[in-house]
Design a binder for this molecule. Structure first.
Ligand SMILES: C[S@@+](CC[C@H](N)C(=O)[O-])C[C@H]1O[C@@H](n2cnc3c(N)ncnc32)[C@H](O)[C@@H]1O
Length: 232
């Protein structure tokens, strides 16, 4: 269907340019294939019969961990180099139940009520808040009643007045604990669309989800677990 001229172009890169193959290679080097994703999927209760979509899948760590358990995994990202890395990882693990799609939160093609679980890690902040709302509505439609949504992202749990201190504290933490440099973190803060926790919670509820938990850490990270209600 043709989109109106006012619609957001979710295939455009915002902030870090993940259409750049070198940027993706650097990103992948910083990833550590820990037990974290397996623990997350266990917490979500991912079942063997499930269909899961990971949106903003990056290099496919979580998608591949899910494909070891679930019947079908859809790995969705706007970046072709990211999708290539996902396919490479899936092939190396001999996983044949992963499909990839070049699309974003506003353009992925999952049919209505076709998915049991949607996960998205560190990707939703690429959309401005108004379009996060549309993305959440699309995710709600794609989930079956009773389906699970898990979001992990950079989200500020401080008050707006505390943003400058929170931002500087995050930069200092990233420099001390990760391979990221100040310019990269500053780019996130300046050009990407990480928002406040109270806005995220409102957007999730406005999309019709039951918000089961909202966990904040370090002032800048959030995990949301939400469920699409079953009809009464
Ligand atoms: C910081 S990476 C996170 C990747 C992966 N989820 C992870 O946790 O490692 C952000 C990802 O979101 C993707 N992305 C950016 N804008 C997007 C959009 N509008 N829709 C879907 N994915 C998007 C990027 O291409 C990139 O792969």
């Amino acid at each position: 269907m043709e989109r109106p001229d006012w619609y957001y172009d979710d295939l455009k890169q915002v902030g870090t340019d993940f259409a750049d193959a070198q940027e993706v290679a650097t990103y992948d080097e910083r990833q550590n294939d820990s037990a974290e994703d397996a623990a997350l999927l266990e917490r979500l209760g991912l079942e063997a019969s499930a269909a899961l979509a990971d949106i903003g899948c990056g290099t496919g760590l979580l998608a591949c961990a899910a494909a070891k358990i679930a019947r079908a995994v859809h790995a969705i990202d706007i970046s072709l180099p990211m999708l290539k890395a996902t396919r490479r990882r899936a092939e190396a693990l001999r996983l044949t139940n992963i499909t990839t799609e070049q699309a974003g939160f506003l353009s992925f093609a999952a049919p209505e009520a076709s998915l049991d679980v949607i996960t998205t890690k560190f990707a939703l902040h690429h959309l401005p808040d108004r379009w996060k709302g549309v993305a959440l509505d699309r995710m709600a439609r794609a989930l079956k009643p009773g389906g699970t949504l898990f979001i992990r992202d950079v989200v500020f749990s401080c008050r707006p007045a505390e943003l400058p201190q929170t931002a500087e504290a995050w930069i200092a933490w990233m420099l001390a604990n990760t391979g990221y440099d100040r310019a990269t973190v500053a780019c996130h803060l300046r050009d990407e669309h990480s928002t406040y926790g109270w806005i995220m919670e409102g957007l999730i509820r406005q999309a019709g989800f039951d918000l089961l938990s909202a966990e904040y850490s370090n002032g800048v990270y959030a995990d949301y677990l939400a469920r699409k209600p079953r009809p009464q």
